[in-house]
Write a protein that binds this ligand. Structure first.
Ligand code: PLP
Length: 462
């Protein structure tokens, strides 16, 4: 029992999993009577489980990560070569792939200039929060330290990230949280009828103006940062309404508030542009990214800032505290930037941004056609290959369907060999949205297979 069992001995794999693995986001009781699912292999858009069953992966590795698809030998080879040359060195030293990837990234992010490496989206966001706090101390005597975050957004799993977390199910029972984080309202137009005073026209500008109201109530001299997802992911695939982002930027500039955009899901191609914020013509001060940065071929996350933010940590070298006093042990792994560079090269060389836009538009049309056939679909929305279909018990009241029905749809698709996601676990009863985020290499046939599976599942479950 020393772990060195043959990888083809699947019953031993399952036995060891049952005995020792604590799966993410899972209640384990069912595994006492059912087998945990083990994914054994992947190629392109497809994965195979321990029983040899093929699945079309419509969620890029479960959580919107494997943007360029499975089995990319060029990434594996680049990482292998780099690991043999130099696998790791941390602290203040740089590395060759670190420099190469930073240059490539910045080339795609006009107005940004500095890359800080770490290894998870949560960690990158925490570092952004720390920067806002440190700037508050340096420039404003510690006063401008509050960070605004939005209802239904998610920024990670640590206590500070949950303090900035707008998904109640994720937060429940993990408090007390950290002071200094203030919630602003969501901008999901489909559910704007639940928001007091929401207008039927110009909702985007109104939703952004709610942020200004909160800034004024808190005191603009106390608010240092605003952290938002460009398109909210786990909170229900929320594409911000027209006029929203432009107004948000104006408000940040007006009150000298750093705009931190969390691109952990949208970053590196998911929505058809390199970054989600680039749809809206805005200029962030800080951008965080993780999942698609290296498509899961290596763990890497980045916090990218403007030169102006960077300079706030450099401009007074006589002050021994005036630098970013932060480190990430695995920010020194060279596999991450090596995989990240090749990942971006693939996206560029294979025209995957254009494919994402084209296939995303096609899929949105197909989802809309599904909504014509199934009254349970209340709303479809998305950008690029990042889409959602919100399920409602009744189209007039927009009451959500029961969570177990959503799980039944996901389970039915799984039985058909198509893996889809659902965000209903995030906000029970309010957010029953089926989620789709196939790899950026998706073709029309793949989309059709996903739609056919969902069509069949909805027909059987409702
Ligand atoms: N930000 C967003 C928008 C996310 O969806 C997630 C994870 O799902 C995170 C941050 C946290 O990333 P990680 O799980 O890499 O810590």
């Amino acid at each position: 029992m020393d772990g060195n069992f043959n990888e083809n001995d699947i019953s031993r794999v399952v036995e060891a999993d049952r005995a020792h693995i604590w799966h993410h986001l899972s209640q384990h009781k069912p595994y006492e009577t059912t087998e945990p699912r083990i994914i054994v292999e992947g190629k392109g858009m497809r994965v195979w489980d321990q029983k040899g069953k093929e699945h079309l992966d419509a969620v890029s590795g479960g959580v919107w990560t494997v943007n360029v698809g499975y089995g990319r030998e060029s990434i594996a080879n680049a990482v292998r070569d780099q690991l043999i040359k130099l696998n790791y060195f941390a602290g203040s030293a740089g590395s060759i792939p670190g420099s190469q990837f930073a240059e490539k990234l910045i080339d795609k992010m006009p107005g940004m200039s500095r890359v800080y490496y770490c290894n998870s989206g949560s960690e990158a966001n925490e570092k952004g929060f720390k920067m806002v706090r440190q700037i508050a101390h340096k420039r404003y005597g510690g006063k401008k330290h509050k960070i605004l975050y939005r209802d239904r957004d998610y920024h990670g799993t640590t206590i500070a990230c949950l303090s900035a977390g707008g998904q109640d199910e994720r937060n429940a029972q993990y408090g007390p949280f950290t002071d200094g984080f203030v919630r602003v309202p969501h901008c999901l137009e489909y559910r704007s009828f639940e928001q007091d005073g929401a207008p039927s026209e110009n909702y985007g500008v109104w939703a952004a103006d709610q942020i200004e109201k909160i800034i004024l109530a808190e005191g603009p001299d106390t608010v240092g940062g605003l952290c938002l997802e460009p398109v909210t992911a786990g909170g229900g695939v929320i594409v911000p309404p027209d006029g929203y982002w432009e107004r948000v930027q104006e408000i940040c500039r007006k009150y000298d508030i750093l705009l931190h955009i969390d691109e952990v899901v949208c970053g590196v191609g998911r929505t058809g542009t390199w970054f989600g914020y680039q749809h809206y013509g805005i200029q962030p001060d800080m951008v965080t990214m993780a999942k698609g940065v290296a498509s899961g071929y290596a763990a890497i996350a980045c916090l990218v800032t403007t030169e102006e933010v960077f300079n706030m940590f450099k401009d007074d070298a006589s002050d021994p505290m005036n630098y970013f006093r932060d480190i990430s042990t695995f920010g020194g792994c060279t596999a991450g930037p090596t995989a990240g560079l090749e990942n971006m090269n693939i996206i560029e060389n294979e025209g995957l941004l254009a494919n994402t836009t084209k296939m995303g538009d096609y899929m949105l049309d197909q989802l809309a056609a599904l909504a014509d056939r199934h009254a349970v679909i209340g709303d479809v929305r998305g950008k690029g290959l990042f889409l959602g279909a919100e399920l409602v018990a009744d189209r007039d009241s927009r009451d959500p369907v029961a969570e177990k029905m959503v799980q039944a749809v996901v389970g039915d698709c799984m039985a058909q060999g198509v893996i889809i996601g659902a965000t209903n676990r995030s906000l029970p009863g309010k957010n029953n949205t089926l989620c789709f985020s196939p790899a950026l290499i998706a073709k029309k046939d793949d989309i059709d297979q996903i739609i056919t599976a969902v069509d069949g599942a909805l027909g059987r479950v409702f």
